[in-house]
Design a protein around this ligand. Structure first.
Ligand code: ATP
Ligand code: MG
Length: 246
């Protein structure tokens, strides 16, 4: 039991949830390390959604609504952290949901699909093909899902796969706390926020936008600006903390 008065109670609860999900075969062991890297950057950002990330989340909603065939690509960490929120985002955005794993096994695919379905997500099924320009099983995706998508939302993606999706001519929205990761650097739109804060914010924005507003906003998205603003937010916070010690 984690004591509720522990100063890092919320983070510890999430760690416990991911560790349980790993023991249940949903999260890969490497997924726990990825969460740790995310936590470190969340610490630097102040464990809150910055004003810049809040704008990126509205942009993400606009891009999802304006896309012809948007697909949300879900991995083990995202499913373990946000399954219930993804059902709501799917409903608000009309996007398809495909399970796509870096550490792919048939068993994990099935467990993650079952978890998402328990939470009301409509998960795309079908026979995967090697369509992404990457070696081995990382190339696999569904021809009628990511294969046919003009926009892919990839919460917690690997940099290689993000770049490969861009090479295929697809727009990519990444949710990644690290503005220095290759994922954030290569995405069309990096949402530099924690996935459990980002997913509901994107869903809420989808519900307040008309199709015409979405199309107009989607045209003006500037991904690089969000990288600069996240780095500036981290720099300002570190400087402030340094001054506080004087
Ligand atoms: P890249 O491959 O993009 O260069 P990486 O190798 O540093 O990045 P990966 O291990 O491939 O990172 O993926 C994990 C990424 O997901 C990290 O950049 C981390 O910041 C981010 N991340 C992990 N947990 C969360 C979370 N809960 N919310 C948002 N981002 C997260
Ligand atoms: Mg990586």
């Amino acid at each position: 039991m984690i004591p509720e008065d522990h100063p890092r109670y919320a983070a510890l609860v999430v760690r416990e949830r991911l560790a349980d999900a790993m023991r249940a075969g949903i999260v890969a062991p490497e997924g726990l390390i990825a969460q740790g890297r995310g936590e470190a950057f969340d610490y630097l950002l102040g464990e809150r959604t910055t004003a810049s990330a809040a704008r990126a989340e509205i942009d993400a909603a606009a891009m999802l609504l304006a896309a012809r065939r948007p697909v949300i690509s879900v991995n083990g960490n995202t499913a373990a952290l946000s399954a219930h929120q993804l059902a709501d985002l799917q409903e608000a955005s009309g996007a398809l949901v495909e399970v796509n794993l870096f550490h792919r096994t048939e068993e994990r695919m099935q467990r993650i699909t079952a978890l998402l379905e328990e939470h009301g997500v409509d998960v795309l099924a079908g026979a995967p093909e090697r369509l992404i320009p990457l070696s081995h099983d990382r190339a696999l995706c569904l021809p009628e899902g990511i294969g046919a998508a003009d926009l892919v939302l990839v919460p917690l993606e690997d940099g290689d796969r993000c770049a490969a999706l861009r090479q295929m001519g697809k727009a990519v929205i990444a949710v990644d706390l690290n503005p220095l990761s290759r994922t954030a650097q290569t995405a069309t739109l990096p949402v530099i926020d924690e996935v459990r804060r980002a997913v509901p914010a994107i869903a809420a924005a989808c519900r307040t936008m008309t199709p015409a507003e979405a199309r107009e906003r989607a045209c003006g998205v500037d991904g690089k600006r969000y990288l600069r603003e996240a780095l500036a937010a981290i720099a300002a916070r570190l400087e402030e903390m340094g001054h506080a010690l004087e």
